[in-house]
Ligand binder design. Structure first.
Ligand code: IPD
Ligand code: CA
Length: 263
């Protein structure tokens, strides 16, 4: 069994090595291109961050697998796979808006085991290792004690395809009157970190990629929360729901009845 705390600390050191430069470049003059749609952005800073993170992880652990959002892939032999979003929340980053992060997760034999999410603007460091709890800037965190969905602050996010956005907006018509309020801050990694520290009560989003959630899943679970799909199975690109146990059933029921499985 690898030493999970030393893997977590490697992820922390690695994310710290790019965060100050990302804070400096946020909202500045960037070379920006589009990917899957005109709203799906990638910048030269995403590519720089990815190559530096992949290089540091590979130097430290040359036999681990690595998968990064912008295409860097390394095969491995150790059972550990790093899953990296070099900038989650690129739209926020381009505007210099808080709500982007560096997200580094690791799976051990396919199970989420390490999560580190750094917020370069607010300076928050969220970190967790399986069985060792979750922290924000070194202090233990837990999800909120919410027990009633109508009193819950719920974060969500929207995909990049116009048709999906239309259906997500239609679902919100049913959800918004039944919760305390909705937050669309992004990116998904920080939304999950927000659930973990009780800064929001819950989060759901359809259409997320593995690198958006790899770190956040571990941090929420280690903070005492649940992360699942609509059937309480493992979260997938179809739907990711993160919530304290006290409101999970009510939230899943509302998401099913609002057609979240169709969005
Ligand atoms: C996006 C952000 C955003 C979420 C999108 C993601 P990216 O990731 O997490 O908040 O709503 O679904 O794709 O593209 O900025 O890495
Ligand atoms: Ca990204």
């Amino acid at each position: 069994m690898p030493d999970l705390l030393s893997l977590r600390d490697l992820a922390l050191r690695t994310a710290r090595s790019v965060a100050p430069e990302l804070a400096r470049r946020a909202g500045g003059s960037l070379n920006t291109k589009t990917k899957s749609s005109t709203t799906d952005l990638v910048t030269d800073a995403d590519l720089w961050s990815e190559s530096r993170i992949a290089e540091l992880l590979h130097d430290a652990r040359p036999d681990d697998a690595i998968q990064c959002e912008e295409g860097t892939t390394v095969t491995g032999t150790t059972g550990i796979r790093w899953v990296v979003d070099p900038i989650d929340g690129t739209t926020n980053f381009v505007y210099g808006h808080p709500g982007f992060s560096v997200s580094i997760g690791a799976e051990l034999d396919g199970e989420p085991a390490i999560g580190v999410i750094l917020d370069p603007i607010l300076g928050d460091e969220f970190a967790a290792a399986l069985g060792h709890g979750a922290t924000r800037n070194g202090t233990g965190i837990t999800v909120s004690g919410a027990t009633v969905l109508s009193e819950a602050l719920v974060a969500t996010g929207f995909g990049y395809q116009p048709d999906r956005r239309r259906r997500q907006a239609e679902g919100l018509v049913e959800i918004l009157p039944r919760v305390r309020d909705i937050r669309r801050m992004g990116g998904a990694a920080l939304d999950l970190a927000s659930v973990a520290c009780g800064r929001v009560d819950a989060f759901f989003e359809r259409g997320l990629a593995p690198w958006d959630i790899a770190a956040g899943v571990v941090i929420v679970r280690e903070a005492g929360g649940r992360v699942c799909d609509l059937s309480e199975g493992s979260p997938t690109g179809d739907l990711v729901v993160a919530a304290p146990e006290g409101i999970l059933s009510e939230l899943l029921f509302l998401l099913r009845s609002s057609g979240a499985d169709r969005t």
